[in-house]
Write a protein that binds this ligand. Structure first.
Ligand code: MLT
Length: 292
């Protein structure tokens, strides 16, 4: 993710037209090539060969064709990547990465710098890296109870984890109070296409057992699965088992939503005047007189 943010800064040094709309369109066109290049470079795939962009293939078709995976690409990979891409464009507008990108742009930093900041915001384990941690959790569950575990066994394992104050990943969201609709789409996708994949089977049982166990705790306001509970498993089942790049794929998609929102806020809002610079207010709530 740091390489991703750095790539955006460097691309901006060479390519910004200092016009939010042009930069938005150019970046959306270029981002599959930037991300495929950085993943190939970081993973050591393709022996340093540069990628050939073929936009005529289609947006995600081109991205997948530029990934120089060390093994044969499954024919379903494009479908999973498309779904992953569409479902992560934006979320409610108020999510952290979008807010950070728009805040930076509110000071009139250019599109590339604003998106570099947004990608850094997306990098944290509570945001874009959550999909990687969720996959680790499902793999851990599978290791502890075995591939053929029943829902009751998973439920018992979750209870013992909670009793030891261990984290249960993939449930809850800052604002949602139902199953994340993006998760529902991914569950349907993996259930239809990969019902026998061992991680899919565990994730499906976890989906039910997790809600059951977490709902018993009145302090938990959202006991339902979020998108990260299952998005990475869809990629693995479709032939992309490289979880360290899941957050990067999240960023590849989120750049599109944030860039469009920045165009709105800088060029269209308030009859074209744009939104004002973000200026948070902080209130001191301690004692008024700290001398005595
Ligand atoms: C997202 O897609 O940004 C995450 O679900 C987090 C959020 O919406 O706040």
């Amino acid at each position: 993710m740091k390489l991703f943010a750095a790539s955006l800064l460097i691309a901006g040094m060479h390519e910004t037209e200092n016009n939010y709309r042009e930069d938005c369109l150019n970046l959306i066109a270029a981002i599959p090539t930037i991300v495929a290049t950085l993943i190939n470079h970081h993973a050591g795939w393709g022996e340093g060969r540069s990628v050939e962009s073929k936009p005529e293939l289609g947006y995600m078709e081109n991205f997948v064709s530029m990934l120089q995976l060390p093994h044969h690409k499954s024919k379903d990979l494009i479908e999973a990547m498309k779904l992953f891409n569409i479902l992560h464009y934006d979320h409610g507008g108020g999510n952290l990465s979008t807010f950070v990108g728009k805040s930076i742009a509110s000071g009139l930093e250019d599109m590339y710098g604003s998106l570099a900041g947004a990608i850094v915001a997306l990098s944290g384990p509570r945001h874009g890296r959550a999909n990687q941690d969720c996959l680790d959790f499902v793999e851990l569950i599978m290791k502890e109870v075995g591939e053929g575990a029943t829902e009751a066994e998973i439920e018992a394992l979750l209870r013992s984890k909670l009793a030891r104050n261990e984290l249960v990943f993939g449930f809850g969201h800052a604002v949602l109070r139902v199953e994340d609709p993006r998760a529902t789409i991914f569950y349907d996708f993996v259930h239809t296409k990969y019902p026998n994949h061992p991680l899919v089977k565990i994730a499906e049982k976890l989906r039910t057992a997790g809600v059951k166990v977490l709902s018993e705790n009145p302090k938990i306001s959202d006991p339902y699965p979020n998108v990260d509970a299952i998005s990475g498993i869809a990629l693995i089942a479709a032939g992309f088992p490289y979880s360290e790049y899941f957050p990067v794929l999240f960023g590849l998609s989120r750049v599109v939503g944030i860039a469009r929102q920045i165009v709105y806020e800088r060029l269209e809002a308030r009859n074209g005047k744009g939104t004002p610079i973000i200026r948070p207010k902080y209130f001191y709530l301690g004692k008024e007189d700290v001398s005595g």
